[in-house]
Design a protein around this ligand. Sequence first.
Ligand SMILES: [Zn+2]
Length: 155
Amino acid sequence: MGALVVVSAPVVAKTLLELRGAGTENCERVVLWLGARSGNYVNVSEAFVPLQEAEEDYFWIPQRGMSELLSHLHQNRLMTAAQVHSHPGHAFHSEADDRWAIVRHEGALSLVVPFFGLSTTEETFTGDAAVFQLSKGNRWLEVPPESVHRRYRIE
Ligand SMILES: [Zn+2]
């Protein structure tokens, strides 16, 4: 099932700031939650914004963005705990999201925030964001709302 991802309110706040900033320009954005594993937890220490190209309904990370991410992870001994991206409308995992997901390990989390995050706050984040998890069979499955707290927690 994967470790419980623990993220602080300031990291969520920074994530929302990024999503909303792009959203006011009608663009999606992806933010990565980087952290370190400790036992059954991954403690997120950073909201990382990779170099990316984005439009209203997609985002894409060029090779240079991926290289920068990998060297940043390596230098700081971090892993990508989850990816978070915004959608112009409802939160779901599109075919492109399935195909281009940056996090690929079993149990990886992908969060989708609806309406560019424009109406989401740190308090409503958990209720607004849809959570998807990569299964053993390499498929992104939506985590039912009642189980979300077992995948990540804001503190
Ligand atoms: Zn998407």
